[in-house]
Ligand binder design. Sequence first.
Ligand code: PLP
Length: 243
Amino acid sequence: MNKIRENIETVKARMRAACIHSGRDPESVRLLLATKTVSAETIRQALIFDKNLLGENKVQELSQKHSQLIATGTEFHFIGHLQTNKVKQVLKYASCIQSVDRLELVQKLDQRLQFEGRNLDIFIQVNTSYEESKFGISPENAISLAREISKYDTLKVKGLMTIGLFGAEQKRLRKCFRLLRNLKSEIKDLNLANFAPDELSMGMSNDLETAIEEGATIVRVGTAVFGDRIYPDSFYWNEQNPS
Ligand SMILES: *Cc1c(COP(=O)(O)O)cnc(C)c1O
């Protein structure tokens, strides 16, 4: 069997087991393939037998692969740090931006969407690990950002996204995911306009089980499907390397 396919089967089995373990319906969690550095050809192999979401971190990679993969009918989400000067570009390709984390970006997105006369699905990215290297609004400021976002009719908030703590022991990792889940409930209770925050995008190759136990509805997986990447993730998560 093809290696990519084998890896996806393994990941799906892990997802299923975690759902069953926590009494959840396996259908309630979707797999997003985090495809940074992966070629369109390889991604195509992953899509042949199963339709999953795709997530890109950089606008340039997104634009290239989008044109090569558009025919597959796959949905692209943007999951990287988004600079305001890339807003127009990213809106050509992404059906959802999971990394909305500041008001300046919200305003730029709204401006462009108004110009195009349409809406966009977004997630609010929260820095649940409090690490400086990670983007996302701080948990303390997430509610006030949510209130601000609800004033913009072009933005439909579908949920929250976070990157957990790397290499951390289970307990600390779980705390990050639980924090995101609690924030989601808190925001949901506010009944804000344009908000239907039902999704929790959390969990990656190493921690998807814990994330699912804590309520993830989308897990974002790269390495476990495509193998190790050449570039360290800091290359993709660092302000010095604009998307
Ligand atoms: C790369 C990346 C992932 C996937 O990470 P893996 O550890 O390779 O599974 C998930 N989310 C974001 C935002 C990423 O940049």
